[in-house]
Ligand binder design. Structure first.
Ligand SMILES: [Zn+2]
Length: 343
């Protein structure tokens, strides 16, 4: 029987060598190891053999079958290689031609500034906290003391997904979630994307970026807020920069203030950009309303806190003197190419 098997393998080898296509190979496979092949017929006779002979003969048949399978496999690889070479020849590709140079990419200015902001606050002992872009009304409005009839809750101002589910309009939602989940001392910033139903123009975009800070600890005062913001502004824009506060109202903080920084263009002397005031608006700040802390189960006898929010888009525009918000979102490669981590 071994001689017979050897003949079968030899015949198969001959056929396989001559095959010029995968289709042909499949027919050869059926012929030699398919259901109706000689080898399969031999397999069927195993049952009639004695228990001593059976394993030995079975093994011999299997080796023959395996040999044919290997030959088939190798021929397939060979045929594919030949096909590839033929395609290369037919396509008239000149492999000696030099390739196209691929230019270096650079980070988006918003990404550069976002990372710089994180680095500055990390160096001041802050942690980075992240939240969800899709939020519920409770975390975006109720928990922040926003009255039920406040205009910001309007469909015209906020993107609702369904009744009480919306795209967050501010990253303060992360502050609430942090206070729900962690006990003071808390010292975090939450940078992220926010959404408002605004028509895009030089100073508005339906999607924009904010960074908010929250500190809750014993004996936190307005002076801590001033010091933190002043340090940030100097590290971000340079040592000559100053910041100032103007009284304002936010539902979430009491007292509240708007933050101005010295004009990055004229350094405070007065120019067209700062409308001759020497100051530019940067965001809002204040001491966290004890009401907000109390609702979240924080002992207001022992703890107080401050919070502030700044626009990352606005900081980017001021830092790089970019004329208008739109350039940040148009993805014009000629504009984006001008930014690298070094400038
Ligand atoms: Zn100015």
């Amino acid at each position: 029987m071994e001689t017979k098997l050897n003949h079968v393998v030899l015949a198969a080898e001959n056929d396989i060598k001559g095959a010029q296509s995968i289709h042909e190979l499949m027919n050869i496979k059926a012929k030699y190891i398919g259901k109706k092949s000689e080898i399969m017929d031999l397999m069927k006779t195993l049952g009639s053999l004695s228990p001593e002979e059976r394993p030995k003969v079975g093994k011999t048949i299997n080796i023959a079958k395996q040999n044919i399978e290997n030959l088939l496999e190798n021929r397939i690889v060979k045929l594919k290689e030949m096909e590839y070479q033929k395609t290369l020849q037919d396509s008239k590709v000149d492999l000696s031609m030099p390739g196209y140079a691929i230019g270096y990419g650079s980070l988006h200015p918003l990404t550069i500034v976002w990372r710089e902001i994180e680095d500055i606050f990390i160096s001041m002992g802050f942690d980075i906290a992240e939240g969800y872009d899709i939020e519920d009304e409770f975390h975006n409005f109720d928990a922040l003391n926003t009255p039920k009839d406040h205009p910001s809750r309007n469909l015209a101002d906020t993107f609702y997904i369904k009744d009480d589910v919306l795209l967050r309009t501010q990253t303060s939602t992360v502050q609430i979630r942090t206070m729900e989940n962690y006990k003071p001392p808390i010292k975090i910033i939450s940078p992220g994307r926010c959404y408002r139903n605004d028509r895009p123009d030089a100073s508005h975009s339906p999607a924009f970026h904010q960074v908010e800070a929250l500190v809750v600890d014993e004996n936190i005062t307005f002076q801590d807020l001033r010091d933190t913001l002043n340090t940030f502004v100097k590290k971000m824009f340079g040592n000559h920069m100053k910041s100032r506060f103007r009284p304002h109202f936010f539902p979430f903080t009491e007292p509240s203030a708007e933050i101005d920084i010295s004009c990055v263009n004229c350094g405070g002397k007065g120019c067209a950009i700062c409308k001759n005031s020497g100051w530019l608006e940067m965001g809002g700040a204040g001491l966290v309303d004890p009401n907000v802390l109390g609702k979240l189960g924080i002992d207001t006898e022992k703890y107080s806190g401050f919070a502030f929010g700044l626009g990352i888009d606005r900081i980017t525009i001021l830092k790089y003197n970019i004329p208008g918000l739109r350039l940040l979102y148009e993805n014009d490669i000629r504009f984006l190419k001008q930014f690298t981590m070094n400038n």
